[in-house]
Design a protein around this ligand. Structure first.
Ligand code: MTE
Ligand code: LUZ
Ligand code: MOS
Length: 772
């Protein structure tokens, strides 16, 4: 069988041998020029001029382009058109691209671009660098979002306030969580090649080729059919190449179009940090009302998402944050207020989880407070609040949870991780260990699958069967290491009953499948798998009809398996032989395929509907050992149990789960973004100062298992999306660290610990809970 088998990633051998071609490995035609971007040296200013003569005089420089050279609109914003390609009039953040310099060699272009400080003339303006200040001033990139749900009749917000007022216990607080750099190993890159008829072919490392095509065409006043965008693979995207590959595609395309020669723009890592946005950091204010058992009777949360200077994808990110505040919990009375303050910083964007992790985290933090206040075990309080299966199963946004497995899943993990025994062993250890403290946490995940922008939930595919019986598959999704091409090839191989070696996925290309959605929201295999299956089925049906007529058997009785087509009476023919016959009989041997997720609806005004096709579930149990003298810590053990439905490829899914967990842990512990408080320069703009997890941070004891649970919805082979949900498994590490810090204080101590929980932050929190 191909579907459900742990087959290696389609490019595994190329990856490990260093032979996989990325955009920068495409051979450069003679005459290729190289671009670099000149960046704003201030966080906020009025752009008064650019010393083009200075730049043009630099060695190797061929041309310099500014906003004035863009033939069409100077805009590369994905939804709202507030994102200039090159600064025009206003400098919005330190690092904003202001000009493109093109030179014979990449190094020459970079040296000239580095003169931006002297070449850019401006009048400095006061930058807004504090989220809370921007919020107080009411300066938001998009209008606020409010959602309240109450069990009382009448005004929901009033009902929640009443439930809060009458709750036996109340707590309130603030919490902040930092942003996160995608740190794709392959940086942003675009390579634009002019065509003889005035069109452009762009090789771009992007999760969204169709949008790159549209934005380039728009900026250059071309028709979409004149712009072809291709991407064979990315060295990671993690959301950072969903919208923000556009600026580089547009800049390279502009230069190539104006000069009539191929132009490549490959960013240096520091520039990538300074130019592009990241995961939105959030600031939360919360209040909770609860009873003696820890039931959350009322919850009020305000969410400030750090949008940066423009909207980018912030609206759907904030929407997803609001739609994940419930995480796995029934919140009978809840009110949420979401805001996107504008600051003079990089524009934040998609990152694995897309606001969901931020929204879900705040409720985990609230529950942690409730459990500590009541001196109950945190898992007991979580358990008291799970969504029900028959009742207590409507989300704040009105979707009924029909596939809830959180209780059996966490029960299984609590047993396999020996939670109860380790909980008491840790209490004993902490009682006699003044310096080293242990902490333990088991946290759940429920993650909604589908784009919350309804119409993005569609996909197309193109399947060719050649005369030798080999199959070439193209679909709208992009490969960023997550194994999408492997899964789609498995689906097609399964459908046609062929071994994997007979099926190949080719590069994503706007000239093959049109108007595709970004490969995002974890929907790659759900959408493109179904579209490719649809295409393969049509070919299979035609082949079956052809053979059925010849053999006088019902077409539906023919089975495609093991490279053969077999009739009930035992007659069989090889796939290749059948294909040759069908060709001679003039049967069409290629097909398109299409899929649109059924049953979704969403009202953007009221924030209600059914935004998600289904939910993916998971849980993680983490144990940490904290040195309270240095703030250093170790992840002693982690147990992960995750629901991928009926797995298309367990090996790939486990890779996604472990990778997501470690990436989530990095976000919440070591990855700290620091901007200079007055200049607004991002100071942590390289791996020297920005610390992502390494192989050494993966615990020796890491137990990952798949939860056996077929999707209740008719997803591709009843599998579930796996790309983003496991990132939320990393919560367990932060909550285990809170647990270890709490162990330094008296019973009921509330560690003042936000995220990322760096060693410095841990030491401050330890001091605070120890203080009398
Ligand atoms: N895995 C790898 N190796 N590299 C990536 O860039 N991106 C993640 C996730 N897993 C990513 C990854 C993100 S943000 C998403 S949305 C999904 O993969 C996208 O792919 P899928 O929809 O095919 O799961
Ligand atoms: N919605 C969503 C989106 O839920 N996830 C995404 O990645 C996304 N991207 C663009 C627009 N809406
Ligand atoms: Mo993923 S953040 O949806 O690209």
């Amino acid at each position: 069988p191909t579907v459900g088998a742990s087959l290696p990633h389609e490019s595994a051998l190329l990856h490990v041998a260093g032979r996989a071609h990325y955009t920068d490995d495409i051979p450069e035609p003679v005459g290729t020029l190289h671009a670099a971007l000149g960046l704003s040296p201030v966080a906020h200013g009025r752009l008064t001029g650019i010393d083009l003569d200075l730049l043009r005089a630099q060695p190797g420089v061929v041309a310099v382009f500014t906003a004035a050279d863009i033939p069409g609109p100077n805009d590369c914003g994905p939804i709202i058109h507030d994102d200039p390609i090159l600064a025009d009039g206003v400098l919005r953040y330190l690092g904003q691209p202001v000009f493109v310099v093109v030179a014979r060699e990449r190094e020459q272009a970079r040296r000239a671009a580095a003169l931006a400080k002297s070449a850019i003339q401006f009048e400095a303006l006061k930058p807004v660098l504090c989220l809370r200040d921007a919020h107080k001033a009411g300066d938001w990139v998009l209008p606020p979002m409010h959602l309240a749900r109450s069990q009382q009749p009448g005004d929901a917000a009033l009902g929640v306030a009443q439930a809060m007022a009458t709750a036996p216990h109340r707590l309130q607080g603030s919490f902040s969580v930092g942003g996160q750099e995608q740190f794709y190993l392959e940086g942003q890159i675009s390579f634009a090649l002019p065509q003889d008829d005035g069109g452009l072919h762009i090789h771009c490392s992007t999760q969204h080729p169709s949008e790159m095509q549209a934005l380039v065409a728009h900026a250059l006043k071309l028709a979409n059919h004149q712009v072809q965008v291709s991407c064979r693979r990315m060295g990671g995207g993690f959301g950072g190449k969903e919208s923000q590959s556009a600026l580089f595609a547009c800049a390279a395309a502009l230069a190539a179009r104006r000069l009539g020669v191929p132009v490549k723009l490959r960013l240096d890592r520091d520039d990538d940090f300074l130019i592009t946005g990241r995961r939105h950091g959030f600031e939360f204010d919360w209040a909770v009302g609860f009873d003696d058992a820890g039931h959350l009777l009322a919850l009020e949360v305000s969410l400030l998402g750090d949008a940066g200077h423009s909207a980018d994808l912030s609206a759907p990110v904030l929407t997803r944050a609001i739609c994940h505040v419930d995480n796995a919990y029934w919140l009978p009375e809840v009110s949420m207020h979401g805001y996107l303050p504008r600051t003079n910083r990089q524009s934040n964007t998609a990152f694995r989880g897309f606001g969901g992790p931020q929204g879900a985290l705040i409720t985990e933090i609230v529950i942690d407070h409730v459990a500590r206040a009541l001196q109950l075990d945190t898992l007991a309080v979580r358990r008291a609040n799970w969504y029900g299966t028959q009742s207590h199963n409507t989300t704040p946004y009105g979707q009924v949870v029909t596939d809830n497995v959180i209780e059996p899943l966490t029960y299984e993990l609590a047993s396999s991780s020996d939670y109860a025994r380790r909980r008491s062993a840790i209490a004993q250890f902490n009682a006699t260990s003044p310096v080293l403290k242990k902490g333990l946490a088991l946290t759940p995940v429920k993650f909604g699958i589908s784009f919350n922008v309804n119409h993005f939930n569609q996909a197309g595919a193109l399947v060719h069967v050649y005369l030798d019986g080999s199959v070439l598959v193209n679909h709208g999704g992009t490969e960023m290491g997550q194994g999408l091409n492997t899964k789609v090839a498995q689906v097609v191989a399964h459908e046609l009953g062929l071994p994997m070696a007979r099926v190949r996925c080719s590069a994503t290309d706007t000239s093959k499948v049109a108007n595709t959605s970004a490969t995002a929201a974890s929907t790659g295999a759900d959408l493109n798998g179904k579209a490719a299956q649809n295409a393969a089925r049509q070919i299979k049906d035609r082949l079956a009809a052809h053979l059925a007529a010849q053999w006088q058997v019902p077409a539906q009785d023919l089975r495609f398996e093991g490279g053969q087509v077999v009739a009930p009476d035992g007659r069989q023919i090889g796939f290749e032989a059948l294909v040759s016959q069908a060709y001679v009989a003039r049967v069409q041997l290629w097909s398109d395929g299409f899929y649109a997720t059924p049953g979704l609806h969403w009202d953007r005004q009221t924030l209600t509907g059914r935004p998600f096709y289904y939910f993916a579930y998971g849980a993680a149990c983490a144990e940490v050992l904290l040195d309270t003298l240095t703030g250093e810590w170790q992840l002693a053990r982690a147990d992960l149990l995750h629901d991928v439905g009926r797995s298309l490829n367990p090996a790939i899914d486990i890779g996604q789960i472990e990778g997501g967990f470690v990436q989530g842990m990095g976000w919440l512990t070591t990855e700290e973004l620091v901007w200079h408080p007055t200049s607004g320069k991002l100071l942590s703009h390289a791996p020297s100062t920005y610390k992502i997890p390494t192989a050494n941070d993966v615990p020796a004891a890491l137990h990952t298992r798949l939860f056996n649970n077929a999707n209740v919805e008719d997803s591709i082979h009843r599998s579930k999306a796996v790309g983003e949900p496991p990132l939320l498994l990393g919560f367990a590490v932060l909550l285990a660290l809170r647990d270890a810090v709490a162990a330094c204080g008296p019973a009921g101590a509330q560690p003042p610990l936000s995220a990322p929980a760096t060693p410095e932050a841990l030491l401050r929190a330890v001091d605070a809970v120890r203080a009398p």
